[in-house]
Design a protein around this ligand. Sequence first.
Ligand code: GAL
Length: 685
Amino acid sequence: MRSWQGAGIWYGADYNPEQWPESTWVEDVALMRRAGVNLVSVGIFSWALLEPAPGTFDFGWLDRALDVLHEGQINVDLATATASPPPWLAHRYPETLPRRADGAVLWPGGRQAYCPSSPVFRERSLALVEAVARRYAEHPAVVMWHVSNELGCHNVHCYCDVSAAAFRRWLGERYGDLDTLNDAWGTAFWSQRYHDWDEINPPRTAPTFANPTQQLDFLRFSSDEQRAQLRAERELLKRLAPQPVTTNFMIGTGIKYLDYHSWASDVDLVANDHYLTAADPEAHVGLALAADHTRGVAGGDPWLLMEHSTSAVNWQPRNVAKTPGQMRRNSLAHVARGADGVLFFQWRASRAGAEKFHSALVPHAGPETKVFREVCRLGADLKAIAEVRGSRVDADVAILVDYEAWWGAELDSHPSVDVTYADQLTALHGALWRAGVTADVVHPSADLSGYKLVLVPTLYLVRDAHADALRAYVEGGGTALVTYFSGIVDENDHIRLGGYPGAFRELLGIRTEEFFPLREGERVTLDDGSTADVWTEWLHPAGAQVLASYADGPLPGVPALTRHAVRTGAAWYVGTRLDHPATDRLVARLLADSGARPPVDAPTGVEVVRRRAGERSWLFAINHTDTDARLAVTGVELLGGGRCDGELVVPAGEVAVVRELSERREIVVGKKELDRVNLTVEGDR
Ligand code: GAL
């Protein structure tokens, strides 16, 4: 057991006792115990109260709050409280305020109004971390540290003079000398050659497109600056306190500017915040993608869902409430996909402030509510499945994701604004979801050898080593699919010459000579009946077999879908944006080609995921449909269902978690299936 994992599944919320009189704290703890809450994040936005004036600390209220929680046996994930500086910081040190690309200052009054490169902010924030860590390192309630909060959520890109100087230093370390930088940035173009480091600025608002490599490096630098704050706080905490350290990532909420793959090594456990997009009726599919990506960032280890919502949020245009049962399905879907904890924003709904209409565990209407009843039910559920803690998720498929490729793909002055990075990622992951197949969403540097199928959506920017790794995977017998606008540039955003998709041309056995993006709303038909939009390209097979070609559009007769047999593996390519049914059919063919399978067969809309620890395994089945589902499962259903023998009924809208007693395994010798046996594993102990 890893030190952060505690005795079961963590359950709780952000808790902001400073917003309430102390008499409410007692009721809070009683309700937490009723609900089965065992972990709360405290102090996240408390800097202004903890340090009312520079160097003057007031820990009285926090001492008392932690003691009340401890008496109630509620554990604490204690914040370093650096998430949002107090008004006095900007008042005394206006140079700590961030600036936008056009020079506008972002003033205090909201949150996170600080320049991430500010040495003043760094010094003052670390002084606070030190004071908090010294005071509470030994507190028996504190089981982990929560650095800042959603680093970079509002202030990731600062263009002020302090940031400009830090950017120059960062570039100096990356390139060493100006000639190398000029080469990497391609400054022979548009009279951009630099002769002095001081001539270089962040890509501030310019008359037209800024240099793309300058933009890309600024995005890298900005992610690194946020990461530097995490590392500085972590280093201090490690010196002063024994508890594990985490911070909440924002994977899957559309925030693309923080390279979490590179941050994972700076936390003892990966924690993530996830909020549904209320307008999306299939938001639970997006949730699955976020969870699979979080697990990928965590290297397959269990992770913590640090925040989600019991019902509506306050910051979308129309904040749709969750229907009965939806919060439970959402929560258990995260657990199915590797979370060992389910926490929310926030414990008690605020009376004042910008988030007063955000849902909480205890709503404004109090505990006699649908929400609090569901909170109590979920608490009981998590207790009932405590044994899954520490287990890992089975996945036959990997999807490669790289933040650098995302940044690069969405730079300006590209062939089509309709090509967005997350589009094919979402489409392919959604097709797998509908097929019931679990995918790990991993960085291109991950070990691919254990996967039956690897999907490579829109990997526009790819490093040589990562392209080589994909080739080795396919040559070793793997099946891969690459989608359009992949392999186009190197890490400096320079085109890979000789035909697209440069880095993958040989592996895929194709050569594209010209892109033919489609007009807005224009659709093409393929000779297998599929329709597609956004993108086509003039592709020549160079060893690959053509599986489908365009029947109309700008390129009739030109291949759109290909498969290249490479030794014992296969490399597929799709050169257009297939519609959903066609994407589902393509994924079905890839599953058949590769042997990747769902954990059990289930009707579409019933999410099935298996977690495993050695010989033991648990099957999660989440029924998102309005029809009862029957699955061929044998085991003990832990959420009150008892034994199931060959058939598990999951009622509409409900969830089942089965400790499996046996599973069908195929014994395969060479390529020939010799026998099928029913291996019974000792799971019912
Ligand atoms: C998160 C943030 C929380 C709260 C929440 C509301 O982004 O970490 O502090 O603002 O959103 O949904």
